[in-house]
Design a protein around this ligand. Structure first.
Ligand code: NIG
Ligand code: FE
Length: 401
């Protein structure tokens, strides 16, 4: 491959990116007709913040700026629909203990809650920006992120205020665990999460989430929390069936949650319910990697017709990676996904998990969020694990990398 000779788009003029060896459009009506809508020898035209043209490089219209992709692959920027980036500290010791044989429990969340409460706004924002920048450099152009390491009215609303300054996809997770301050009275904590805390947090968030798991919140508590959030205009998503089988997936479908996240322990009835719903199953292989847990069975979900998203779950406890390419490689190696399926799930699947149609595809009208790989095709994301292949990123039409 020759090297890129691109100029930088200002976002206000038009730019054509030519000489793309393999373009993932995620529009099955284009190119090879597969779900990825692969176009070979392709070009993309960007005007302002949108894609306005996609097709054969030789037919690309003339524009102000021309970027030669040098035979690289291009795909929609990754849509990471599940992360927890507002926190302080890390949990290296807990990770070390796990790698020496100790199991993962959500109890470690308390360590991060203490560190997060003690941190200044400036420290929390600097951490957030650091992880967002890592993600961008690995090809992510949209990222959802959650509160959940504050667990007081002031600390949860602060986390969401900081997050909302950096992304539109903000999730209120006051129901991550019962706050240690309410250890003897979980019902009072649920009342706080659905009352004063919700009132303070709702203005900053689009979504409400709950960790539905033994030791966190049961099905009835989770239903009460998500229903209260919905009454305040927040749409539900759920941490469901991560560490054990539970009611989370069925509840997600019952409430038309945009996504049931983790989905590691599923019955056939859970898979059927997902397949007959608009709820996406978001798989988070970084968590199984980092907790040495059994992998979620992506193949079973895909074969049943479930829409699957792949995301990082970036957090300091169970999955301290901001790399979608790493998750793609894990999903292909260990969860039964083909490279095409994993790339679809990390782009269009993530968009579906956020109920978005303006991202996750490279077709006219979509946001010009595009990731260029120093490789001839998207398959190299799994074929060359751990290699930093991302060599260009446009977000909203602006070249960021
Ligand atoms: O998605 N499951 C709950 N929350 C996180 C883990 C949080 C932590 O361990 O700090 C998750 O894996
Ligand atoms: Fe999570």
């Amino acid at each position: 491959m020759s090297s890129s000779t691109g100029s930088t788009s200002t976002g206000s003029t038009s730019t054509v990116i030519t000489n793309i060896a393999t373009l993932v459009t995620n529009d099955p009506s284009l190119g090879d007709g597969s779900p990825l809508g692969l176009v070979r020898d392709a070009a993309v035209v960007i005007e302002g913040d949108r894609v306005v043209w996609t097709g054969d490089s030789s037919k690309a219209p003339a524009t102000d700026n021309r970027v030669d992709a040098g035979g690289r692959a291009a795909l929609p920027g990754f849509v990471d629909s599940h992360s927890h980036l507002v926190f302080a500290g890390d949990r290296t010791e807990e990770f070390n203990a796990r790698m020496s044989g100790r199991g993962y429990t959500a109890g470690g969340i308390r360590t991060t809650v203490a560190a997060t409460r003690a941190a200044s706004d400036g420290e929390l924002e600097a951490n957030l920006v650091r992880y967002l920048t890592e993600a961008l450099h690995q090809g992510t152009t949209t990222i959802e992120t959650k509160s959940g390491y504050g667990l007081t009215v002031a600390d949860e609303s602060r986390a969401l205020r900081l997050a909302a300054a950096h992304t539109d996809e903000v999730t209120y997770l006051g129901a991550h665990i019962v706050s240690p301050d309410f250890a003897d009275d979980p019902a009072a904590y649920v009342a706080l999460v659905t009352g004063e805390m919700l009132d303070a947090c709702a203005p900053y968030a689009r979504w409400i989430d709950v960790f539905c798991e033994k030791g966190a919140f049961d099905g009835d508590q989770a239903r009460a929390i998500l229903t209260a959030g919905r009454a305040k205009g927040l749409h539900p998503r759920i941490h469901a069936n991560q560490l054990s089988h539970g009611p989370g997936v069925q509840l997600a479908v019952e409430l038309d949650a945009a996504s049931a996240d983790h989905c590691t322990h599923l019955t056939d009835a859970d898979v059927d319910a997902l397949a007959n719903s608009d709820t996406v199953a978001t798989l988070l292989p970084g968590a199984e990697f980092s907790t040495r847990a059994a992998w979620p069975d992506a193949r079973r979900l895909l074969d049943a017709g479930v829409t699957v998203a792949l995301s990082t779950d970036c957090n300091p406890g169970s999955s301290f990676t901001s790399s979608v390419p790493f998750c793609v490689a894990l999903a292909v190696r260990d969860m039964g996904m083909t490279p095409d399926e994993a790339v679809w799930s990390a782009t269009a699947g993530g968009a579906a998990a956020l109920r978005r149609t303006d991202i996750g595809r490279l077709t006219p009208g979509a946001y010009a969020d595009l990731t260029l790989l120093d490789a001839p095709s998207h398959v190299h994301l799994a074929y060359r694990p751990g290699v930093p292949l991302v060599s260009g990123v446009w977000r909203r039409g602006v070249r960021e990398l």
